[in-house]
Design a protein around this ligand. Sequence first.
Ligand code: PLP
Length: 407
Amino acid sequence: MPTSSFTSASSAVPCPVVESLDAILPEEPLLMMGAGPVPIPAAVAKANAIVINHLGGTMVKVIGQVKSMARYVFQTNSKWVLGVAGPGSAAMEMAISNLAWEGTRVLSIKNGFFSERMAEMGRRVGARVSTLDVADRAVASLEEIAEAIRRERPEIVTVVQGETSNTVWNYHLKEIAELAKAAGALVIVDAVCTLSTMPLEMDAWGIDAVITGGQKGLSSIPGVSLIAFSDAAWERVKRRTAPNAHWCLDASLAENFWHNAGYHYTAPVSGVLALHEALRLVCAETLEKRFARHLKCSLALQDGVAAMGLRLYTPEACRLNSVVGIEVPDGFSPADVCSHISRMHQVEISGSFGLPIVRVGQMGEQCREHNLFRTVHALGRTMVDLGVKVDLPAGVAALERGLSGGR
Ligand SMILES: *Cc1c(COP(=O)(O)O)cnc(C)c1O
């Protein structure tokens, strides 16, 4: 008797033999202390395990709360808050592709890897992008920015609040927005790294679009992001004649889901629920307390690293607190340090796109005392293991002084 064709059929592409996640993932989760993704609170993890209908009453209520909490975190009264199914980069692309098109004059203040990405996205929608190239480990002066605005007459200025790649903080954001506004340009701010870790006041500073991801300052999951447009920016979105070539990122289509309880694409419901919980925890903590926690933890970390004998990459004047860049000692590569600390101490930190540094994040749940002690200890031990001379006890003592207010 022939066996059934069902069991005897051999697939053209054979079924692969794979390992279960239990076999792949480490027994003890690694402590995520790099430049993102960051650890998520239990409430965020729990929400991320739930699937609900993407349309209907429950989702409408969740969306409404996400928008109102996001307005608090962005410090804006603008109606035009939307979520994005995608990484921080998708939110960047949503900002640029809705506000710029063929021939739009865009000035990108380029501090490094991520601010250059924004310029590249502008070029890809056909905009005439000029960049103000800023030296590594520095910010552009307001004179240089004013001069670039006079020269290029941009319709849009893009700037990053925290350039995560080289750990530079653009502390002039408010003044940059003023200069751009005075010249009639809209301002897009990339706050993927920094949102909810340090002040950003969208309305008071006159910013027209702010974007953020989930996996950094907000301590949510990667892949679900937020964007806010000012009224002026929204008017430009509505005024355009050629439709946005990015259908998924078209703000006018996204409005249907985020403001009219309708369908655009199936929203990543679990991720939106996770974001809801992340935002709710920010609201429960309050921005003021959250900023203070981030500042205290980051400065204590910086003290600890310096006291140990390692050098911080960025000068204090423009040093980003949300991600701390640490020079790798001569003779070692960032990968040497990152792989050792991960393997031997179960702590993940990051390299940085070819720069001779490792980066330790201070975003969201990373700014907890127990995480800091474990990280500083693991980093110091890694140096000792690699044969670099450091004073680990001095580093731990400085961390403790910083955290207990004795700085
Ligand atoms: C991480 C980061 C991005 C990119 O976010 P993805 O979620 O990786 O796309 C953009 N800008 C800044 C400043 C970032 O730190």
